[in-house]
Design a protein around this ligand. Structure first.
Ligand code: UD1
Length: 344
């Protein structure tokens, strides 16, 4: 019988790509999402790609009764992938309590109900934001690098949630968890049927790039060219969202086949290669043939100068590697933007 996974936030950007990969690997999926930052039509995109629709429950993960009902309705759940969270750094500074309530209460609710219903495997979406700016001797950054004090309530919720999982695993010895620390997810499914749907003016680089190329924005602003990097712009590890999604399937499989060596395991998910903002612009122009107007402006407050992953642990232990060429990744982002805007 197919194994059933509960995916919270499964209508969101990384969630929807993960649902596709799970279903293509034969899993049954129940998506729980309150559609606060996603669109119900995403399920149509998933269904077109996979050929069948995931089950869907419109519910907030902070709603104990609603989520309890999900666990009661699906008594064969064998794991949870918990994406549901708010993720805008700037907004989290404006509305810290919303972030603490939403991101933390949802996880505690899910963990409580998992114990109650004896569902003992969870994959948690964390972020490289927990490392802050790693010291030079920790670049590329591996999982042993110390976590730094969070620069925003959003980042703090990731750290707190990691700690909550560790504490719960300590108290409840049947729980197994895999914490995935994502670097910078970009791109869209190669079908261009699902992708990132930023709300309003995008904060993240790639949606801004594709919207500029599509003519929605006059120019991209590059935040700073006076950093201590080869071309002066910031460096990140941009990871293809489909590669990232596949890591979640590996993580679930690892726990279900009882291969996890520790109750809580942590993996960095990145490519191992850092690219600067200016390199991304050049690569985007090369991949798509689109001219990208840009201007250099001052630094963005709170930006980290450079961070990229040492993904060796995920490569060797999870048996996963992010190996899609950046050309294909950027082209997928552009094809998705064209799909959204009906650009031929
Ligand atoms: C941001 C968050 C991080 C979160 C991640 C999720 C901040 C400070 N950090 O990471 O906590 O986990 O998103 O995806 O918001 N850039 C420009 N022009 C733009 C937009 C971005 O030059 O219009 C540059 C930024 O300065 C940065 C790079 O592009 O160097 C990537 O920015 P972004 O996509 O916002 O990601 P992060 O800042 O790395």
């Amino acid at each position: 019988m197919a194994k059933r996974i509960l995916v919270t936030g499964g209508a969101g950007y990384i969630g929807s790509h993960t649902v596709v990969e799970l279903m293509q690997q034969g899993y049954e999926v129940v998506v729980v999402d309150n559609l606060s930052n996603s669109n119900i039509n995403v399920l149509d995109g998933i269904a077109s790609i996979v050929g069948r629709r995931p089950d869907f429950v419109n519910a907030d993960c902070c709603d104990y009764v609603a989520i309890d009902n999900v666990f009661r309705s699906y008594t064969d759940l064998c794991g949870v992938i918990h994406f549901a969270a708010a993720k805008a750094v700037g907004e989290s500074v404006e509305k810290p309590l919303h972030y603490y309530r939403n991101n933390i209460h949802s996880l505690t609710t899910v963990l409580e109900l998992m114990q109650e219903h004896k569902v003992n495997h969870i994959v948690f979406s964390s972020s490289c934001t927990v490392y802050g700016q790693p010291d030079a001797d920790h670049l590329p950054v591996d999982e042993t690098a110390p976590r730094k004090k969070a620069l925003s309530p959003y980042g703090n919720t990731k750290q707190i949630n990691e700690d909550i999982i560790i504490d719960q695993a300590h108290a409840y010895d049947k729980l197994h968890a895999i914490i995935l620390r994502y670097f910078n997810p970009i791109g869209a499914h190669p079908s261009a049927l699902i992708g990132e749907l930023p709300n309003g003016i995008p904060n993240n680089l790639l949606p801004f790039v594709t919207q500029t190329a599509a003519g929605l924005r006059k120019e991209l602003r590059v935040f700073g060219n006076d950093y201590n990097t080869p071309d002066g712009s910031c460096i990140r590890d941009y990871i293809y969202v489909v590669d990232l999604a596949k890591a979640h399937v590996k993580a679930i499989e690892r726990m279900l086949s009882a291969k996890a060596e520790e109750q809580v395991e942590v993996f960095n998910l990145g490519t191992g290669r850092g690219l600067s903002v200016l390199e991304i612009i050049r690569e985007f122009e090369k991949a798509t043939g689109q001219k990208l107007p840009y201007t250099i402006v001052g630094r963005r407050e709170g930006d980290i100068e450079q961070v990229w992953a040492d993904p060796t642990k995920a490569n060797t232990i999870l048996g996963w590697k992010a190996d899609t060429p950046i050309h294909d990744v950027l082209l997928s982002a552009w094809n998705w933007e064209k799909h959204l805007r009906n650009i031929p």
